[in-house]
Design a binder for this molecule. Structure first.
Ligand SMILES: NC(=O)c1ccc[n+]([C@@H]2O[C@H](COP(=O)([O-])OP(=O)(O)OC[C@H]3O[C@@H](n4cnc5c(N)ncnc54)[C@H](OP(=O)(O)O)[C@@H]3O)[C@@H](O)[C@H]2O)c1
Length: 253
């Protein structure tokens, strides 16, 4: 099982969850120190790779093959930059979001598909799961480039499922709502810790481990079961626009 974006948040929690259930994982990200620590903790094989660098992605595929192959891929590496309006956003931020959330996802998928086919010939099946977001399904003010990139990742997932029809390879999408990971909003808000804490204030968000359990659960289904799209939100968030702050209390009769 190859998991990109494994050095923090949902990716790291996913590697931990797979390891608990006895899956062999390849943990992929740019920060080597974090990957090494995760590998030591879980037994995962760490591969340092920037998914936006095609040569590094080619080397990743070769290393996965050399270390036993794979029957699963989780395209989780991604993130958001900025909350500026379409009118005032930076094209550089938009390019970086497209590079990692869309083109990186495509590169890794393309490089690993031959490896997954080898795995499918050996075991009968293979699986791909793409981490998009509810931001890939509902636009919101300030969502801008992140909305656009995740909508694109959603579209790519659908195209891929159609293109792989007839092969024993399922293509799944997991779209989480509000998840409190330590770096996602901090990176989006360029290190402003006070602002980054605001979306999680007085609300019960999902934790990385909640998402990892749902994600790994999709791989634990019988291999002919393809959960095309899984949307997971905290109970306190009934839509992108409705986040309940304060305690959740049953209404009086
Ligand atoms: N947190 C949320 O509320 C939320 C909600 C819905 C969807 N998501 C999506 O879920 C995924 C994980 O989010 P998260 O909250 O766990 O965020 P996170 O903690 O910031 O994790 C992002 C991961 O992606 C890796 N990464 C970033 N750029 C990369 C690159 N060019 N090459 C390789 N790895 C790269 C980072 O590691 P390195 O920096 O070490 O490379 C990190 O491990 C993302 O796709 C995100 O868009 C998050």
């Amino acid at each position: 099982m190859v998991v990109t974006g494994a050095s923090s948040g949902i990716g790291a929690a996913t590697v931990r969850r797979f390891a608990e259930l006895g899956w062999q994982t390849v943990a992929v990200a740019r920060r080597e120190d974090r990957l090494r620590a995760l590998a030591e903790e879980t037994g995962a094989h760490a591969v340092v790779c920037d998914v936006t660098d095609e040569e590094q992605v080619t080397r990743l595929a070769a290393e996965v093959t050399a270390t036993g192959g794979a029957t699963g891929l989780v395209n989780n590496a991604g993130g958001a930059l900025g909350v500026e309006s379409v009118e005032h956003a930076s094209n550089d931020d938009w390019r970086r979001m497209f590079e990692v959330n869309v083109i990186g996802l495509r590169s890794v998928t393309a490089a690993l598909l031959p490896v997954l086919r080898v795995g499918a010939r050996r075991t009968g099946w293979a699986s791909i799961l793409n981490l998009t977001s509810t931001a890939g399904h509902d636009a919101y003010p300030g969502g801008g480039g992140y909305n656009a990139a995740k909508y694109a990742a959603h579209a790519v997932t659908g195209v891929l499922r159609l293109e792989l029809a007839g092969e024993p390879i399922r293509v799944m999408e997991l779209a989480p709502g509000l998840v409190h990971t330590e770096e996602f909003t901090l990176n989006r808000l360029r290190g402003d810790a006070a602002e980054a804490a605001r979306p999680y204030a007085d609300v019960i968000p999902l934790q990385a481990d909640d998402v990892a359990r749902v994600l790994v659960g999709a791989f634990e289904q019988p291999p002919h079961v393809n959960q095309d799209l899984i949307v997971v939100r905290p109970v306190a968030q009934s839509s992108v626009f409705h986040t309940h702050r304060g305690p959740l209390v049953p209404r009086a009769e």
